[in-house]
Design a protein around this ligand. Structure first.
Ligand SMILES: [Zn+2]
Length: 341
């Protein structure tokens, strides 16, 4: 079994959204419950630390950081209709980003093989200059910069399978060929970005890969997309580290989407990325949770990902499907200009 670290802390409950908000503290309570009972050989808890302002400044404007910091001790602050802060949101957001950085330190030190940061608030919608879509700081974008700055790694793969497009992450690396951003998402859907022809710009052209999927897609289509596009592109990119923006709001039970993934799909996607990490990045991989709003579906999926992270890169079964589904072949056609597919 591989050694897998996880970050989870009751302090992640201290960011409070208004009543009825899907991104709620109960998500962490449910994960704490899960981890009380979840047993697996080689599983270790990693203690989170707060991210520093310097670390955040790799990705965010100082004004944005200051604006979030200024919400501390305010009972309620509204960034936009979806995105709120309570009195302890700033410290929780620092701990959310820092939790992922602590996990990365453990992977890089060799204390663990890979890991999963079970944190909130989530991050992938947060832009350089603003909070957005339940996200205050962009955890995975800061993590990619941290790997480059702190550890001198040259090529980072970010796979974002959250059901929403990670606009903030895409924009962070849109002109950058050292970070390959790949996103599967329901389309059209919030936040509206992530179209097929968003490919990156300047030297980053080709290093943004969007797989916009129609409502109703599920395990079969996702697994096919991983076989035909995600894995071949990732292998050509030859990453030094694999990061996953792991949202579980594409689960068939989740109220925020019409994508129909199940635990089988999440496990297969993990397996595929694990084999990329094994063959290219010395196994180094870290996932961070983004969305996931049906508590049982989310915790069950997290458990499946943690199970799979322990396996020594078992290669994924090829899909049985004879024909490529429409959206996957459309992405393939456009990506053939950049990648040998
Ligand atoms: Zn989402």
């Amino acid at each position: 079994m591989l050694k897998t670290g996880y970050v989870l802390d009751k302090r992640y409950q201290n960011h409070i959204n208004p009543p009825g908000h899907p991104e709620r503290s109960e998500r962490i309570a449910a994960l704490l419950d899960l981890m009380k009972n979840y047993k697996r050989e080689g599983l270790v808890r990693v203690e989170p630390r707060p991210a520093t302002v310097d670390e955040l400044e790799s990705t965010h404007d100082r004004q944005h950081i200051d604006r979030v910091a200024a919400t501390a001790e305010k009972e309620h602050f509204v960034f936009d209709l979806d995105t709120h802060a309570s009195s302890r949101s700033y410290e929780t957001a620092l701990l959310s980003t820092g939790g992922l950085l602590a996990l990365i330190d453990s992977v890089m030190k060799g204390d663990i093989d890979n890991g999963f940061a079970l944190v909130r608030p989530p991050g992938h919608h947060a832009e350089r200059d603003r909070a957005m879509g339940f996200c205050l700081f962009n955890n995975v974008a800061v993590a990619a910069r941290y790997l480059k700055n702190q550890y001198d790694l040259s090529r980072i793969l970010i796979m974002d399978w959250d059901v929403h497009h990670g606009n903030g992450t895409q924009n962070s690396f849109y002109d950058d060929d050292s970070v390959l951003y790949v996103s599967t998402h329901e389309y059209p859907h919030y936040p509206g970005t992530g179209a097929l022809d968003e490919l990156g710009t300047k030297k980053g052209l080709g290093y943004t890969v969007n797989l916009p999927f129609p409502p109703g897609y599920g395990d079969e289509e996702y697994i096919e997309a991983f076989h035909r596009i995600v894995e071949p592109v990732a292998r050509q990119f030859d990453p030094d580290f694999v990061l996953i923006s792991a949202g579980f709001d594409g689960h068939e039970l989740d109220p925020l989407s019409q994508i129909r993934l199940t635990t089988k799909g999440f496990s297969a996607m993990t397996g595929s990325l694990l084999s990329v990490a094994r063959d290219h990045a010395g196994g180094r991989m870290a996932a961070v949770i983004e969305g996931g709003y049906h508590l049982d579906a989310m915790t069950e999926s997290v458990a499946c990902v943690l199970d799979r992270l322990g396996e020594q890169g078992r290669d994924e079964e090829p899909v049985g499907r004879g024909e490529t589904c429409f959206a996957v072949s459309a992405v393939r056609n456009i990506q053939q200009q950049f990648w040998k597919l």
